[in-house]
Design a protein around this ligand. Structure first.
Ligand code: NAG
Ligand code: NAG
Ligand code: NAG
Ligand code: NAG
Ligand code: NAG
Length: 369
């Protein structure tokens, strides 16, 4: 039996979860008693967006890429400024004020009910080229839900502009770890940079130099702050195929101790992975560059218990995706949209070949109470 205790805004997962009864290692698939719940689809199919919870009732999906085409063929991809809000109690969507710029792979977080959007990737030209050709911008904004308005804040400092980073909130601070500055058909990089944004002063701050770089560059990774620790989970190093299974961590209360690499690796190395935290467990979903599936997508759902540091495999995603963004609220991890096939891998549907397919599918992984 898994027990969820709600104490003062913290969701604590009891240690007598299904993990205790399950065998050690990665064998819990099939014994996973959590469930997948289908929700009202996104109004607009997209991928390479980010998702944040504004409060306990409202989820926001920011930016990303849409694809012009239809269900059988996607003709081209373009970056969007679209912001859609999901109301959890009514299971409905509405459109909010758009981002001031079109942005994919945005870095975003919520502090005190405000959305902070801290850089991302933008098209290199307008109108954009047919295929992905993106570079980093440091432009940063804050969104107020009541006013439904965006305001510009200090940009990422010169040289630290990037998208596709891991973002974690700790008190008034937002930490941005790793990421990338370029993504096109022939070139991707992977940043080690760690920076911090102070939502009180609305300024960027340095972290101690020993904490200013993760152990190896990562983009398209998952991660979060759990308690006082920032985690960077999986992701890739430069090209798509260089998938990684590492868990990097930084104690935010003792940053001068620097980053650590956990001895416990993900069961499945992957990039384009997303995740969220419920209680004391991190849940990781999906990803791309799977050599074992025709669409190149990882269906894997896996969970990491921070204490003991141990990974377990859960039941696969019913609709495997990459380039999506998950957010945890209560005992659910919400996963709106994403890509149904590895970018650039040709898939034939109804006699038509597509090289990418964004979905409007929206579901949640619900952890058993
Ligand atoms: C969100 O829900 C948690 C758990 O029920 C609660 O403790 C917290 O106060 C809520 N937060 C807000 C902003 O309403
Ligand atoms: C959820 O939606 C997916 C995609 O449409 C579908 O394949 C699956 O059967 C649905 N699951 C349930 C429980 O309805
Ligand atoms: C989808 O778009 C392609 C390219 O324009 C076209 O050939 C095809 O007939 C369309 N399919 C449907 C179902 O509309
Ligand atoms: C954030 O900025 C405020 C206002 O300048 C300052 O008082 C506070 O110490 C800063 N927080 C951190 C964690 O540095
Ligand atoms: C692919 O399948 C093989 C054979 O089952 C397995 O050994 C390997 O770990 C799989 N690779 C990935 C990346 O899932």
């Amino acid at each position: 039996m898994q027990l969820l205790l709600f104490i003062g805004g913290l969701t604590l997962l009891s240690t007598t979860s299904f993990a205790a009864a399950a065998p050690k290692g990665y064998q819990t698939q099939g014994e996973d008693r959590n469930r997948w719940v289908n929700l009202t689809s996104l109004p607009t199919p997209r991928q390479e967006h980010t998702t944040v919870a504004v409060d306990n009732n409202t989820i926001a999906v920011l930016g990303g890429v849409e694809r012009i085409g239809n269900d059988s063929v996607q003709l081209r991809v373009f970056t969007t400024n679209l912001v859609e809000l999901y109301d959890i109690p009514s299971d409905t969507w509405r459109t909010a004020a758009p981002l001031p710029i079109k942005l994919n792979h945005p870095n975003s977080a919520v502090v005190n009910g405000r959305i902070y959007l801290l850089g991302g990737l933008v098209d290199t030209q307008e109108p954009p080229t047919a295929e992905a050709d993106w570079i980093a911008t440091g432009k940063s904004y804050v969104y107020d839900l009541d006013a439904n308005a965006w305001a510009e804040v200090a940009p990422m400092p010169t040289g630290t502009e990037r998208g596709s980073a891991v973002v974690g909130v700790h008190g008034e601070m937002i930490y941005v770890a790793g990421g990338m500055t370029v993504l096109n058909l022939v070139n991707q990089d992977a940043s080690t940079t760690v920076t911090a944004f102070n939502t009180t002063s609305l300024q960027w701050q340095r972290v101690p130099s020993i904490a200013a770089n993760i152990p190896e560059g990562r983009q398209h990774a998952a991660g979060a702050v759990v308690g006082d620790t920032l985690y960077v989970v999986g992701g890739r190093w430069y090209e798509r195929t260089n998938v990684r299974d590492t868990v990097f961590s930084l104690n935010l209360l003792n940053q001068i101790a620097g980053w650590r690499t956990s001895p416990s690796h993900m069961p499945t190395a992957r990039g384009g992975v997303t995740g969220g935290v419920v209680g004391s467990s991190f849940f990781a979903f999906g990803g791309e560059c799977n050599p074992n599936t025709s669409n190149g997508i990882y269906p894997q759902a896996e969970t990491y218990d921070f204490e003991p540091k141990e990974w377990k495999r859960l039941n696969d995603m019913p609709v495997p995706r990459h380039g999506t963004a998950a957010v945890a609220v209560g005992n659910r991890i919400y996963i709106p949209g994403g890509g149904l096939q590895q970018d650039g891998v040709p898939i034939e549907r109804n006699g038509v070949v597509s090289y990418g397919q964004a979905t409007a599918h929206f579901d949640a992984y619900e952890i058993e109470n």
